[in-house]
Write a protein that binds this ligand. Structure first.
Ligand code: SF4
Ligand code: SF4
Length: 326
């Protein structure tokens, strides 16, 4: 049946701090659907999750878009296959511990004092849930496990290795967002095996700007680790390691910073760049024209990227793409 719906509702599952849901939706500045709320570990009720998901699908079918989904850019019309409602994207965001301290971090953006709370909070264990989903035949053969923030290289000993093993064993891939501060042998190895995508976001080409954004002293360390990861990724065409630049108005939206950043990327033979705009700022400004400074940056990157591939995030893609047409 053809109707408007979204891939994430059908095939994605997000393990957040205390809830389990189909998407994050945080960049849209609103609450997402929570199919299991107040979850702190223990038995994961699959039937309840599926029941809630089916109710949402039914609403979409009837053209009655749930409030939390209205205006979502992920909605599209298609012939949705409801016979195969497996999960193929799993997002892990239940652990927020991270030794970096980015000014835009979703965990602490409105309340910096939460840093201490998140760094000491005990999170629930996702391993039994993943096994349960697999044993209930709810995982597709080619799952993508996305490890979002916190910082997976700082997970308890053996945890990241278990997740890599589980994903590879189930013919899957792993997508890792890392601060890049702590080197992980497991990350380097999985890149060499061609089973991973890594994204690290220094957002700067100079130490001064890095420290302003990240609020930690680790500029050289991050670029050193990036060099090792990019070298590993470049040995296998199925691996991908991208370096990200989140444009933050009034902080790093100048050509001199971008120039230093691009030079560093070229020096370590990076093949993939990802450009984004700080999401809190974007949510407040997306209906305004793209600022001239951002247009200039996008143009500069496109003219100087050489053989690097440039991508934008799903949320800001249309907005940033306008700059390419000018
Ligand atoms: S908010 Fe968007 S991505 Fe999330 S379930 Fe609704 S339509 Fe899908
Ligand atoms: S690296 Fe990610 S989790 Fe860590 S502070 Fe930055 S945005 Fe937050």
């Amino acid at each position: 049946m053809r109707y408007k719906c979204c891939d994430y509702l059908l095939h994605q599952i997000v393990f957040d701090q205390t809830d389990i849901k189909p998407c994050c939706a945080t960049s849209m500045n609103k609450e997402s659907a929570k199919f299991i709320d107040n979850f702190n570990g223990g038995d994961f009720d699959i039937d309840e999750y599926i029941k809630q998901r089916n109710q949402y699908i039914e609403m979409f079918k009837q053209g009655n878009i749930p409030n939390c989904c209205k205006d979502c850019p992920m909605i599209r019309e298609d012939d949705w296959d409801e016979k195969n409602l497996y999960f193929d994207r799993i997002i892990m965001a239940n652990i927020a511990k991270c030794s970096c301290n980015c000014i835009y971090c979703v965990y602490t953006y409105n309340n910096p004092e939460l840093k201490q709370y998140y760094n000491t909070k005990k999170s629930y264990d996702i391993k039994p849930i993943l096994k349960k989903l697999r044993d209930s035949n709810l995982l597709n053969n080619n799952i993508l496990l996305i490890i979002g923030g916190g910082e997976c290289s700082e997970f308890p000993k053996g945890e990241l290795e278990w997740l890599i093993y589980f994903t590879s064993f189930n013919n899957g891939r792993i997508q890792i967002l890392s601060s890049g501060i702590k080197y992980s042998k497991a990350i380097e190895q999985i890149l060499r095996y061609g089973k991973a995508e890594l994204s690290i976001s220094p957002d700067s080409g100079t130490k001064k700007t890095f420290e302003k954004i990240k609020r930690v002293k680790a500029f050289e360390q991050v670029w050193e680790n990036l060099t090792r990861y990019i070298n590993a990724a470049n040995t296998n065409k199925n691996a991908m390691a991208e370096i990200k630049y989140i444009i933050i108005p009034n902080i790093n939206d100048n050509i001199s910073e971008v120039k230093s950043f691009l030079n560093k990327c070229k020096k370590i033979n990076c093949k993939n760049l990802h450009i984004d705009v700080e999401h809190h700022w974007y949510a407040e400004n997306k209906n305004k024209p793209v600022p001239e400074k951002i247009k200039t940056i996008i143009k500069y990157i496109n003219q100087n990227k050489q053989d690097m591939y440039v991508s934008y995030s799903v949320e800001t893609n249309n907005w940033l793409n306008q700059c390419n047409g000018d």
